[in-house]
Design a protein around this ligand. Structure first.
Ligand code: XMP
Length: 320
């Protein structure tokens, strides 16, 4: 049982001191690795790890082909400004070939997990000689996985998986007692710029969690284009998280006076503190209209735009 630290009980300086000590004790004189996605959790772990280990920590950004527009360059830039070197590893082919033909949501998550931990990380860890992987699993990830709602890509021990046995390295999870609000507090205290720690959450399986059905490079590109518009139009709402989702069903539409059997984007925008429960944001109708207009105009093949009005639960934040 993991002991939760609620944000009201969080002593920031003490938490950082304790975790830095634990990381140093676990890694000793060796090397550790961490994967930075640019999300709040992995960014906070990167800063914590660098404070604990300095040059003994190698930080990589895995370009899995599933990230948002311009994300690899943007994230590497943020961290180079903070004096943290990030190596970008091109693993697009490995991920897309693992996702080929898979439509089931849990199988998709499993394919990403295997590709990330076994194929891509297996190789990077072997080449670097590291024995430890630092990662930003948080309590909500564990809860939902254990409850059988969603197998988060980064949860192992709680499912009876020993990473050492399965992948050949140990995993250190310094944020596992926290929820998102607590992670933001720690990230800020570690000096992350507001542009980073205030970013909306983004899931490990990235845009493949936002494509219902097969995540092909073309379909990912479609949802990537929609995401640019959704993030542009909703960034000032103060909402917890917002996203575009590409549906599998096609619907009849019309374009230039001709029938167009097109694709559909669902927009979701959530109010939440810790992602456990979330009602949809009451967006003004003008904003919804703007979303529809821009998405239909700028994203090829989209003829329908919907807004989700269901609450979590029973909905979940991501569609996959
Ligand atoms: P759901 O969709 O389960 O999402 O309501 C709850 C929060 O977690 C994020 N999420 C993930 N984060 N790995 C992650 O690191 C994952 O596999 C994953 N799936 C969902 C989601 O974006 C939301 O903030």
């Amino acid at each position: 049982m993991i002991k939760e630290i609620a944000v009201k009980d969080l002593n920031t300086e003490e938490f950082i001191r304790e975790k830095v000590g634990e990381i140093q004790a676990a890694v000793g004189e060796g090397m550790a690795i961490n994967a930075l996605s640019g999300g709040v959790d992995s960014s906070t772990v990167t800063m914590l790890g660098h404070r604990a280990l300095g040059d003994q920590l190698k930080t990589v950004f895995i370009e899995n082909g599933l990230m948002r527009q311009g994300e690899p360059e943007q994230v590497a830039g943020f961290f180079s400004d903070l004096g943290v070197r990030v190596d970008v590893v091109d693993a697009r082919e490995a991920f897309f070939s693992a996702l080929k033909g898979i439509t089931d949501p849990e199988e998709k998550r499993e394919a990403i997990r295997q590709t990330f931990y076994s194929t891509v990380f297996g190789r990077i860890v072997k080449e670097s000689g590291a024995k430890h992987l630092l990662q930003g699993t948080i309590l909500t990830d564990v809860d939902e996985t254990v409850a059988g709602i969603k197998r988060q890509h980064n949860v192992f021990a709680q499912l009876g998986i020993d990473p050492e046995e399965a992948f050949g390295y140990q995993i250190i999870e310094p944020l596992i007692q926290l929820r998102k609000d607590g992670v933001r507090v720690i990230g800020k205290a570690l000096g992350l710029p507001s542009g980073l720690f205030e970013r909306i959450p983004f899931p490990g399986p990235a845009l493949s969690a936002r494509v219902i059905g097969e995540a092909t490079p073309e379909r990912i590109e479609t949802v990537r284009k929609a995401t640019v518009i959704v993030e542009r139009l909703l960034k000032n709402t103060g909402a917890f998280q917002y996203m575009g989702i590409l549906h599998e069903d096609r619907v009849t539409g019309m374009r230039d006076g001709k029938r167009d059997f097109g694709q559909q984007i669902e927009v979701r925008c959530w109010e939440s503190v810790d992602a456990r429960t979330a009602p949809p944001t009451r967006l003004p109708f003008e904003t919804l209209e703007q979303l529809a207009n821009d998405i239909v105009r700028e994203v090829p093949g989209i003829v329908s735009v919907t807004y989700n009005i269901a609450t979590k639960p029973p909905s979940t934040i991501e569609a996959v």
